[in-house]
Design a protein around this ligand. Structure first.
Ligand code: FAD
Length: 428
């Protein structure tokens, strides 16, 4: 019996395990290698950071679902992948051999690349539930003693949607607390323009987000390269097109939350042929590593080149639906390899994103991700907030029940003209 190991039980890894079970039936062993036995829904962290959600509302115990789906859960965490030996080494010294491995380890948060950065220093984070809970305590301190706020994304970041989202959510939470008038807010971003999002804009995200920032009285600095974070300020250089420094900003801040750059996690970093210099997994259009063809990868840990040159480096975001499309392609391709066929399915990598503003929001669809596009659409309205809640509830329900994609979800997406797989000949 073939053994498939999925490393990482986040948004990509959990549904990867379930979708492999759906596609391959009982004829394979599926092992899910996680850090702890809990799934945590990362997109809800901005709500946690202002007290709109608690830990228990966005976490799921993976044990019952894995037991139900006959997926063996190893919750001790992995220390190293040994691709030459088809083996993953675990923190307790044990090893798991595999026939196929799917790496879904998400990001390592590169706070150490900037002085004073990160939840152990002078800034808050919404990238992990523990960070978001600490950010909620800092929010309470801000409410008790109002002061200036800086929100944004640093050089090399790729996840811009949550930065905008958090700026607007914080604005709403501060208005609810009746202290917004005592909290000057600045959005500081490495993007060349507001609404670039690492995608060179989608539809009119530039106009929509500039207008939203203006109407909420949030100032902004673009092309920003942060030098350092101090307890009471952010020091950032604004960079010209030619790379020279236009001006250095010293922005007072009593509360700072900026998205960090991402890189690959320790367990996969520096493996020749598997990962790039930043530690992201190298894959071809079938999610398959060219050097180790029995290794696939999905999610934020996949290497995707930036869209083009920008004065300050920005990465390409990997959003939930795009990750789901990688998962579907990978399940199809592993099934093909087991059946003695070639990997031939490609994820669409469409960027579909809902950016919640607390009482409204902006949605965009970039299909394909890189311009020129067939679908280049963005819109705003109160419905986005409702849709984001729907996404949260539905995703948590899927993880809890061990479902990858129930039929009606597929139907709804196809009705919108959004598919997870590029058309391929599924008989081959
Ligand atoms: P993760 O969900 O981070 O999962 C990786 C998992 O691997 C983690 O559980 C981690 O513990 C585990 N792992 C790592 N190393 C090891 C190891 N050595 N051994 C065992 N396990 C390991 N996308 C959207 O589409 N919509 C949104 O609204 C949205 N909001 C976001 C908000 C924030 C704050 C962030 C940071 C991202 C958001 N994203 C959103 C982007 C993306 O969908 C999420 O980041 C998503 O969680 C990425 O899924 P993933 O599986 O790649 O990584």
């Amino acid at each position: 019996m073939k053994r498939i190991a999925v490393l990482g039980a986040g948004l990509g890894g959990t549904i990867m395990a379930y979708e492999l079970r759906d596609r391959l039936g009982r004829d394979v062993e599926i092992h899910l290698l996680s850090k702890g036995a809990t799934y945590s829904f990362v997109p809800s962290n901005p709500w946690v950071a202002v007290g709109w959600r608690g830990r228990e509302e966005i976490e799921v115990d993976l044990r019952p679902a894995c037991a139900k789906r006959n997926v063996t859960l190893h919750s001790q965490g992995a220390t190293r992948v040994h691709p030459g030996e088809n083996r993953v080494e675990m923190t307790d010294g044990s090893s798991l051999d595999y026939d196929y491995l799917v790496i879904a380890t998400g990001p390592d948060l590169a706070f150490d690349e900037i002085e004073g950065f990160g939840p152990h220093h002078h800034t808050q984070s919404v990238c992990h539930i523990d960070h978001a809970l600490a950010a909620k305590e800092a929010f309470d301190r801000l409410v008790a003693k109002p002061g200036p706020v800086v929100i944004g994304a640093v050089q090399g970041a790729s996840c811009f949607g949550p930065a905008y989202e958090f700026a607007f959510i914080l604005d709403k939470a501060l208005r609810d607390a009746r202290i917004r008038d005592r909290v000057p807010m600045t959005f500081v971003t490495s993007e060349p323009y507001i609404g670039h999002l690492g995608l060179d804009g989608v539809g009119d995200t530039k106009g929509l987000l500039e207008s939203a920032l203006r109407s909420k009285h949030i100032k902004w600095v673009t092309n920003a390269r942060v030098n350092r974070f101090e307890a009471d300020k952010v020091v950032a250089e604004e960079i010209n097109e030619d790379g020279s420094v236009k001006t250095t900003h010293e922005i007072p801040s009593a509360y700072t939350m900026m998205l960090p750059a991402f890189r690959g996690v320790e367990a996969i970093k520096g493996i020749d042929g598997l990962t790039n210099p930043r530690g992201f997994v190298i894959v071809d259009k079938h999610q398959q590593n060219p050097t180790f063809p029995n290794i696939f990868s999905v999610g934020v840990c996949v290497a995707i080149p930036p869209m083009g040159k920008t004065p300050v480096p920005v990465g390409v975001p990997k959003t939930g639906f795009m990750i789901e499309s990688m998962v579907t392609a990978t399940a199809h391709n592993i099934a093909n390899l087991i059946a003695g066929k070639e990997a031939n399915a490609q994820g669409t990598w469409n960027a579909v994103c809902l950016a919640d503003f607390g009482d409204g929001g902006i949605a965009f669809v970039a299909q394909p991700q890189l311009p020129p596009r067939n679908v280049n659409w963005s819109s705003q309205g109160k419905w986005v907030h409702a849709a984001k809640i729907g996404f949260e509830k539905y995703f948590l329900y899927k993880v809890k029940l061990g479902k990858s994609e129930p039929f009606y979800e597929k139907l709804a997406l196809q009705a919108l003209g959004i598919d997870k797989l590029k058309a391929v000949n599924f008989d081959s």
